[in-house]
Each structure stands twice: as C-alpha cells, then as structure tokens.
Ligand binder design. Structure first.
Ligand code: CUA
Length: 160
C-alpha cells in the first residue's frame, strides 16, 4: 500500500514536470522587450513577387490603427528590407512581419528573441511582434540556404 502511494506521488511529479516544460516552451522563451504574439500566413507566387502590391516593394507600411506591417523578401543572401537598409519602427509598436522567399528556404529570426519563422518560396509567414524597448535587433537566417548562408543577416532599428 505504501509503495502504491509513492508511485502515485512520483507520477504526479512527473506530470507536473511535463506541464512545466510545455508552459516554458509556449510562454517562456521571450527576449528582452520583444514578444511574438501571432504566427500565421498565406500564399504568394514566388515568380511574380515583383508584381505583388507589397512584396513588389518590400518595406514598412503603417496601418490605419497605428501598427506596422513589414513585408520582407528573403533571397540568397539578403533580407529586403533588413540587410542593406534596416527595418525601422518606433518603440511600443505592434509590428506584423510578412515574410516570403524568392528562391530557397530561409529563416527569419530576430536575434535573442523567440520571434522566428521560416521563409518559404510560395508561402507567406506572418508573425506579429511587440517592440517595447528601443534599440537595435539583429536578424539572421537560421536555415541553411547556400554558400553565404552564414553571412545572411540584417537589422531592425526600434527608435524611441
Ligand atoms: Cu538564407 Cu540561410
């Protein structure tokens, strides 16, 4: 009878640990001042990105409700915008990134945060991020995409 009791306790403990792990994975890994609050997407033709109303001119668009939409094209081996020109948004804004690829699969990761998505040709990855602190955030590609993969990086500038 004693053993049965301990076994139950041990099981309950193991269950608690599992729940704890899941909670950590779901809510825990948040970088300084940045929170990913949405991640969902759509489709786009990778061969006619230049004709797309937004991906044809990738960049930052202000929306009516005071938030921002950033349309990003990833390609070997740059983010547009992000590599030559940084993404620039004000602090305390909610920014929805729409990310696609022109060629192969890339990654789009805001360094030091849990904001991270894949850039897949033909698909639009959408993620919404809150920037609560001004500063510079690095961008990097975390999917192997060719010879200069390691050099594929960029920048987001959050202005006060
Ligand atoms: Cu793009 Cu690795």
């Amino acid at each position: 009878m004693e053993i049965h009791k301990y076994e139950k306790l041990w099981l309950a403990g193991a269950l608690l640990l599992i729940v704890g792990f899941i909670a950590t994975v779901s809510y825990g890994a948040v970088g300084a001042g940045v929170e990913m609050i949405d991640n969902d997407g759509g489709q786009v033709d990778p061969d006619s990105l230049d004709q797309h109303p937004k991906f044809g001119e990738p960049g930052t668009y202000a929306s009516e409700d005071g938030d921002y939409d950033v349309y990003v094209v990833a390609q070997q081996f740059a983010f547009v915008p992000g590599t030559e020109e940084p993404v620039r948004v004000p602090a305390n804004s909610e920014v929805t990134f729409h990310v696609t690829s022109r060629d192969v699969i890339h990654g789009y990761e805001i360094v030091g945060t849990n904001a991270n998505t894949m850039a897949i040709p033909g698909q639009v990855a959408t993620m919404t991020v809150e920037f609560n602190e001004a500063g510079e955030y690095g961008l990097l590609c975390n999917e192997y995409c060719g010879s200069a993969h390691h050099a594929m990086e960029g920048k987001i500038v959050v202005v006060p």
